[in-house]
Design a protein around this ligand. Structure first.
Ligand code: FDA
Length: 324
């Protein structure tokens, strides 16, 4: 990011809310479920499917968890009713994992059971290092309870990730289903890679380990170095669009899933690459956040955008280019 970009990131918090709102609107699907459904119905025509995230993170009291329980139930009802190819992404701390783990598990189990009855998958997003182990343990416990429609996210930047892949493979076998991303939380150097190049290298190694382990592998990155590496690895494994998963250690094909892998991208980020991958026949899933907490999420995405200064100028001067 250039000097101007860093200046823009510094002044973001004091920028008028309506400007941030206008520029960041490409990153979220609106404030309510109706807008999210409208966005999904529109983007389905580009060959995308979705994972829906109700915006909001760590809660401070268990009463707040009820909002997420109710809202995810509404999401499930709507995607089933409107036959949208979508699954759910949920943040365990929004259900109270750090306040009352038993109650949080119970609420998530309820949603998973309902999702399972419609053959819908639920991804537990991975948050910072405080909950890495607890989130993995939660997935294992839910599987022990017979809920096979759940998996979590592993972060390429963490040193522990290759061990986690091995552990999850040992425990879940053909039911292992991971999303792999670089990891958004800036973890300390004693537990994580901190340089861009080593994070990318470690993420690519994790992708290869997942593919070799037989796990369903959801590759979540906008980085061409990761995407190109993944395509080469898929070819090496004999995997690709419209080829049924050839791995002898993989599970059977599952409803709403790709042939052992898929690509995932955030709404509003590198839509050009996503459309190209979809055109080539790869299953591509859009991470689609919506909700009243759009401001915090939008600021975070703007901060991550390496061309933030140009991006804001362009969105204001050429509003039609501010597309998802
Ligand atoms: P990188 O950050 O290097 O970006 C590659 C390129 O993409 C940039 O050069 C730029 O061109 C473009 N780009 C990236 N961000 C942009 C932006 N905001 N605006 C415009 N262009 C942008 N993390 C986590 O810790 N836990 C999780 O559960 C998830 N879940 C998740 C789901 C999905 C579907 C995705 C795509 C990502 C996540 N992440 C995540 C976030 C992830 O860990 C990571 O922080 C971001 O995806 C950025 O990493 P990239 O691999 O895209 O590379």
């Amino acid at each position: 990011m250039g000097i101007l970009g860093r200046v823009v990131v510094t002044v973001l918090p004091i920028m008028p809310r309506f400007i941030v709102g206008w520029v960041s609107r490409r990153y979220h699907a609106g404030t309510d479920l109706e807008s999210a459904l409208e966005t999904m119905n529109r983007l389905s025509k580009e060959g995308a499917c979705f994972t829906v995230d109700v915006l909001g993170e760590e809660i401070t009291s268990m009463e707040e968890a009820q909002f997420f329980i109710d809202e995810y139930n509404r999401v499930l009802d709507s995607i089933v009713e409107q036959k949208i190819d979508a699954n759910l992404s949920i943040k365990p701390t929004a259900f109270g994992l750090l306040i009352d783990p038993n109650a949080a598990e119970k609420s998530m189990e309820e949603i998973l059971r309902k999702a399972s009855s419609h053959e819908i998958f639920v991804r537990l997003d991975m948050e910072d290092h405080r909950v890495t182990q607890r989130t993995i343990d939660l997935v294992l416990t839910l599987h022990e309870k017979g809920l096979r429609n759940v998996g979590t996210v592993l972060q390429g930047r963490l040193f522990r990730t290759l061990d986690d892949i091995q552990h999850l493979t040992d425990e879940l076998g053909e039911y292992a289903d991971h999303r792999i991303c670089k990891g958004i939380y800036l973890e300390s150097a004693n537990i994580a890679h901190t340089e861009k190049r080593s994070i990318t290298k470690a993420t690519n190694e994790a992708i290869d380990a997942m593919l070799e382990s037989g796990a369903y592998t959801a590759i979540a990155s906008h980085d061409t170095a990761v995407i190109e590496h993944s395509i080469l690895s898929l070819k090496r494994m004999g995997m690709g669009p419209n080829i049924s998963d050839p791995r002898s250690n993989a599970g059977p094909s599952r409803i709403g899933k790709g042939p052992g892998y898929e690509f995932q991208m955030l709404l509003g980020v590198r839509g050009d690459i996503r459309r190209k991958l979809a055109k080539q026949g790869h299953k591509t899933r859009i991470y689609l956040p919506y909700g009243s907490k759009w401001y915090e999420y939008g600021v975070r995405r703007l901060r991550e955008n390496p061309d933030v200064a140009w991006h804001i100028t362009k969105a204001l001067l050429m509003p039609w280019s501010n597309r998802r």
